[in-house]
Design a protein. Structure first.
Length: 232
């Protein structure tokens, strides 16, 4: 997908076949991650709820509760309302254009990173790119909402491993592409490369808290993997 019209066409097709959503209309804790052009803009757990969203395009606030465009019949917090909450928590701004024919937003900018004629903001929930708009996808407790710059056609990296280890002890961390559910070879994490099974062997020389992110060509950065390194 390399034009805004293409993005709108995909959204239109998705609206036509979207299944009804179900969700509770209560405040919901979800994990939101916003990956910009060159760095992670936001990553953390936020509490979001059903609320109108204003993309700053002059059209005012619009509903964003999973029923947009007839996508669902029961309202709830959504991928876009979660992002909207996260930007407020992170003291960021975002801009989006509301399209009345699709009853949803095209996100044009988050933070200082604006879309271009060939690179757009995309969204995934639970490691899968959405086939509906962000205001049409209800999110539930504990889910991960990922907004990423130039997401289309990229691997969506996820890193996993132990929460703690000891100085000098070798540990294994794994990197997978959640979009396809496959391990990623050649990803860099903690200064090491993953093998064909998506595993990298790490050894830390000093105590402390290590915050690791996986990176790979044609991929979106992974979640932050936090490993506490104890004395030997």
């Amino acid at each position: 997908m390399n034009t805004r019209n293409g993005a709108l066409a995909v959204l239109a097709a998705a609206v036509a076949c979207a299944a009804p959503a179900t969700a509770a209309a209560t405040p919901t804790k979800v994990n939101v991650r916003i990956e910009g052009k060159s760095k992670t803009i936001f990553e953390g757990t936020i509490t979001t709820d059903i609320h109108a969203v204003d993309g700053g395009d002059g059209t005012g606030p619009h509903k964003c509760d999973g029923t947009n465009g007839g996508a669902g019949t029961v309202s709830g917090p959504t991928a876009t309302s979660a992002m909207d909450t996260a930007t407020k928590v992170g003291r960021l701004t975002w801009a989006g254009s509301y399209d009345s024919s699709f009853d949803d937003f095209i996100v044009n900018r988050i933070g200082s990173d604006a879309s271009s004629s060939s690179q757009f903001w995309g969204v995934a929930v639970q490691g899968k790119s959405l086939q509906v708009g962000g205001c049409q996808q209800v999110v539930t407790k504990g889910q991960e909402v990922l907004w990423a710059y130039d997401l289309f056609g990229k691997k969506l990296l996820h890193a996993s491993g132990p929460k703690q280890t000891r100085v000098g002890k070798q540990v294994s961390v794994k990197v997978v592409d959640t979009e396809k559910g496959k391990p990623v070879a050649g990803a860099t994490i903690g200064g090491q490369k993953t093998n064909a099974k998506g595993i990298a062997k790490l050894r830390f020389k000093k105590r402390g808290t290590k915050r690791l992110k996986a990176r790979a060509p044609k991929s979106i950065r992974s979640n932050e993997l936090t490993v506490k390194v104890l004395k030997a």
